[in-house]
Design a protein around this ligand. Structure first.
Ligand code: AMP
Length: 400
């Protein structure tokens, strides 16, 4: 962020898309805290910050009369909490652009912070509309993008707006820089062996990621629901486990590709089975390819945990995306918790570890190990696309 903020107004795209309870209280402020270093830096260097963000999906949850549910989606819900965190009284404008927004921006003095109303209250936001982006740009002298979690969307406030600022008037924020730097450590010349641990529900959500990882990882540990599509494709009996029938051919291709590249692709040898999708279920552990009808694999078994642990302990770089089982239910959280634990241990012994993607991040947080891994990404979908090798529109726009 080597811009001169002194005496200038900076338009900052943050990701304040935080979860709220029914009374509109923030239930997890991680995303707000993640933006604080950038905002504080701007203020400490004599500037003022005009913050913009989306919150929720207002166009998907309209009121009965077809209008936007302002009460539910207004960004004013975050104002008080941000004021408390910054120790500065944060102002709010009920418009994103328009006369009131222009007046509020114009009257902002050094050291002051203004939050504009939810960018998605404007139809132009998701369309990446130029006229809307130009109005936003007109509010400030400089533009900083610190919303990594939204960088995979070509929206007006994340992408189009950047074109109205010259190279010396725009920059990534600290969060965005950190996310890019840490993901790049895995993508570019990582210390080896490099192990990717991929889990979660479906193969179909992670096809591109798996294909790409096979190009450059040394070990690929596959757990979670997606493992059963691989196991069934190889002729295993997987009972009632989650299987995507139409992805079996692809699973076999991935296994072949891994062999050809010399990548060690490891599936869970055994699984913790349940006779219903519930924490009240009866459980047993069997070989993952001999699962009886009426039973489903909801976690990796003891043997798999030991095998995965050995690989992780011997790795110098570790990427983890997706839980090893239905970790939301305590009976099936052991495999996921163990991955969190062993990844933390490997990190303590000098490995670089990146945890990216919504549910594995939740698992690391739940295990209280977020500060024991090298980096926890705030950007679920954006991090996945970055690791898939795609150029994210929000990143590309800053170069143009
Ligand atoms: P994803 O968003 O793709 O990372 O998937 C996360 C979800 O996968 C979580 O809600 C888990 O409960 C679910 N999941 C993990 N393992 C299994 C499994 N063996 N069977 C069914 N769902 C699973």
């Amino acid at each position: 962020m080597n811009l001169d903020f002194n005496g200038k107004k900076t338009l900052v795209r943050v990701d304040f898309n935080v979860p709220l309870d029914k009374a509109y209280h923030i239930t997890d402020d991680t995303r707000i805290r993640a933006a604080l270093p950038t905002i504080k830096h701007i203020l400490a260097n004599g500037g003022s910050a005009i913050l913009m963000s989306h919150l929720g999906r207002p166009s998907k949850k309209l009121k009965e009369d077809g209008s936007i549910d302002v009460e539910r989606f207004t960004l004013s819900h975050v104002v008080q909490h941000l004021s408390d965190l910054l120790g500065v009284t944060v102002k709010f404008c009920e418009e994103t652009v328009g006369e009131k927004a222009s007046a509020a921006a114009a009257s902002l003095g050094a050291g002051e912070v203004l939050i504009l109303e939810n960018t998605r209250f404007n139809k132009g936001e998701k369309k990446g509309d130029e006229a809307f982006a130009k109005q936003l740009a007109g509010l400030a002298d400089l533009y900083v993008n610190d919303a990594f979690g939204s960088a995979h969307r070509a929206h007006a406030s994340t992408t189009t707006v950047a074109q109205f600022f010259g190279q010396d008037q725009k920059s990534f924020g600290f969060l965005m820089q950190n996310e890019i730097e840490n993901a790049t450590k895995i993508l570019n010349d990582p210390e080896r062996p490099l192990t990717a641990i991929i889990g979660g529900a479906k193969v179909s959500d992670k096809i591109l990621l798996l294909e790409r990882l096979i190009e450059f990882v040394d070990n690929l540990l596959v757990g979670g629901g997606m493992a059963y599509t691989f196991l069934k494709a190889q002729g295993g009996q997987v009972g009632n486990s989650l299987v995507e029938e139409d992805k079996q051919a692809l699973a076999l291709q991935l296994i072949e590709k891994a062999k050809a590249k010399g990548v060690s692709l490891i599936l869970p040898k055994d699984s913790v089975l349940a006779d219903q999708f519930s924490n009240e279920a009866n459980i047993q552990t069997t070989d993952s390819t001999a699962i009886p009808e009426g039973w489903m694999g909801l976690d990796i078994g003891e043997t798999a945990r030991t095998e995965f642990s050995e690989v992780i302990k011997n790795s110098k770089s570790i990427l983890w995306n997706g839980p090893m089982g239905v970790f939301e239910m305590s009976k099936f959280a052991n495999g996921t918790n163990m991955i969190a634990q062993i990844t933390a241990e490997a990190t303590a012994s000098g490995a670089f570890s990146l945890v990216g993607g919504g549910d594995s991040v939740a698992a690391v947080n739940k295990a209280g190990l977020a500060d024991k891994v090298s980096y926890v990404s705030t950007g679920g979908g954006a991090m996945l696309e970055f690791l898939e090798g795609k150029e994210l529109p929000g990143i590309a726009a800053m170069k143009g």
